[in-house]
Ligand binder design. Structure first.
Ligand code: GLU
Length: 514
């Protein structure tokens, strides 16, 4: 391949329901590689498997990619996002909410069936592919027998050897259902260099005569993928390792058509912490699920980027913005070994990015999550005010792994009437009398702090001074009275969030319990 050719990479998802976190990694690596090399990043849709199509998934996939900030320059866009200055905009016939932009369309496979048919006919003519009229029952029986004999299921080439030209024509005239299969060469080793995996070799004797055109007139992934990539002048194919077994079929197709083969990079599998393949059973795999849980896009991008790549030995940096990733990313540095999907790391990264937000930004992002919580819905109006919530967030900021956790560990902030066991108020072996006295002392101290001086810092300073050596005796009952909880942030922080009136109300109630 001409190394000076402009880089063109594509993300080619199938609209089957949700964006898998692994697909997001493919899209991100495509994006980073394109940006880094000054190339184009293209979005096309592989929807040849009509049975697996899920309504609305093209739209939600575009929205997820948009949400994380991966911009593409060509391919499929939501109508609402198209700038009028883009040339050659074509409204999709299949998906009314999207349009296709660019000179290499259609970018939706179901819209170019005649193109695939034209090319597959060329293969048949050249003897690289053949008609197969076998009925599904025959194929199933054959497969069952092969499996029983512990052989890999392979088509037995009945139609290649036993159906004459005349019969083929007769069958076609009679509209007999057929598929077109690729003819695998015998005894050949297909060898190539993968940008991630290095040299890879495949023996064609172990590869089935792949169906290229299905009986419904749709191409299979293999045929459509190769034709698209050629027509769209794709220079680098970046995709998950699960597609590696398809590589020899694709290389042969390029060869049969006489086309230049793009470079390939097969990205490592994503693994659960127990090293099994990442699956829905062990947790969320859809990008949408992470968005719903309140992970920030910066954290998701950072996390996904590190699934199979890092800037190299000796580098300790862990936080990377999208721009930094563009600068540092190298396809050659992607690892071969499976990448472990460690949710704890994602939580940590998310916590780091949350800490970087201003309180106003955090409030904007956190409000929809508060609104989903029962403790919030049941709270009084003053506890739903922006000022109150911003104080809660200020206290929670340093210990918030994700936005959906807001308020969860500190629900006492929102309570109208705290319920707790009186025993919780007691510091060690303290008598009732002493307990009452210490609570009254706290009440006195707080009463004497004016509203203007009601800051976290002042509260801390004054209460610490008053407590002197006997911290627990003053601060434990106070903290318990304010929170009704075994564990919570410090009494200074809690009193600051609650405000003077509510704090005094809670202490007064505690005194009445003793
Ligand atoms: N449609 C395939 C997928 O969903 C694309 C594979 C490729 O990039 O060749 O992952």
């Amino acid at each position: 391949m001409d190394d000076n050719k402009k880089v063109r990479v594509r993300f080619a998802p199938s609209p089957t329901g949700f964006v898998h976190i692994g697909s997001l990694r493919t899209a991100l690596y495509d994006y980073l590689f394109a940006k880094k090399t000054g190339g184009e990043f293209i979005l096309k849709i592989e929807d040849t498997d009509q049975k697996r199509y899920v309504e609305g998934s093209v739209e939600s996939l575009i929205k997820s990619l948009d949400w994380v900030g991966l911009n593409w320059s060509e391919g499929v866009f939501l109508n609402e996002n198209i700038n009028s200055d883009k040339s050659s905009i074509v409204k999709s016939k299949t998906y009314p909410t999207v349009s296709e932009v660019g000179e290499f369309g259609p970018y939706i496979q179901s819209e170019k069936l005649e193109v695939y048919k034209k090319y597959v006919d060329q293969l048949v003519k050249a003897g690289h592919a053949y008609y197969c009229f076998c009925e599904p029952e025959r194929l199933e029986k054959m497969r069952a027998e092969q499996t029983a004999e512990k052989k890999a299921p392979m088509y037995d080439r009945y139609c290649l050897h036993n159906v004459s030209e005349e019969e083929i024509n007769k069958n076609l005239k009679n509209s007999c259902p057929y598929t077109i299969r690729m003819k695998m060469p015998e005894g050949e080793i297909i060898e190539t260099d993968d940008l991630v995996r290095g040299k890879v070799k495949f023996n064609t004797d172990l590869i089935d005569d792949q169906v290229l055109l299905k009986s419904d007139g749709f191409p299979t992934y293999h045929l459509a993928n190769v034709i698209d990539d050629h027509e769209m002048e794709i220079t680098h194919v970046i995709r998950g390792e699960e597609w590696l077994p398809s590589l020899p079929k694709h290389i042969l197709l390029y060869r049969y058509f006489g086309w230049e083969v793009p470079k390939f990079a097969h990205l490592p599998l994503l693994l659960n912490p127990d090293k099994t393949k990442l699956s829905k059973r062990q947790g969320d795999v859809a990008v949408e699920d992470y968005i719903k849980k309140g992970y920030l896009k910066e954290a998701i991008i950072n996390f996904v980027a590190l699934l199979g790549w890092n800037p190299g030995a000796g580098e300790t940096q862990e936080l990377f913005s999208l721009d930094e990733l563009v600068e540092k990313f190298e396809l050659e540095k992607v690892h071969k070994a499976g990448a472990v999907f460690d949710l704890k790391k994602l939580d940590w990264l998310n916590g780091q990015y949350i800490k970087k937000l201003s309180i106003d930004e955090l409030y904007e992002k956190a409000l929809p999550f508060f609104e989903q919580k029962d403790f919030f819905r049941q709270a009084g109006a003053e506890k739903k005010s922006p000022e109150f919530l911003k104080r809660v967030l200020t206290v929670e900021l340093d210990r918030l792994p994700k936005l959906s956790d807001v308020g969860e560990n500190n629900q006492f902030f929102f309570a109208t009437d705290l319920q707790y066991d009186k025993a919780l108020l007691r510091w060690k072996e303290m008598s009732d009398d002493d307990l009452k006295k210490t609570l009254e002392k706290s009440k006195d101290i707080l009463e004497n702090i004016s509203q203007d001086n009601w800051s976290k810092e002042n509260l801390e300073k004054i209460l610490m001074d008053e407590a002197g050596e006997k911290r627990g005796e003053l601060l434990w009952p106070l903290r318990a009275a304010l929170t009704g909880a075994q564990k919570s942030p410090s009494p200074f922080e809690v009193a600051w969030v609650l405000g003077k009136t509510e704090s005094l109300k809670r202490i007064t109630k505690a005194i009445s319990l003793v």
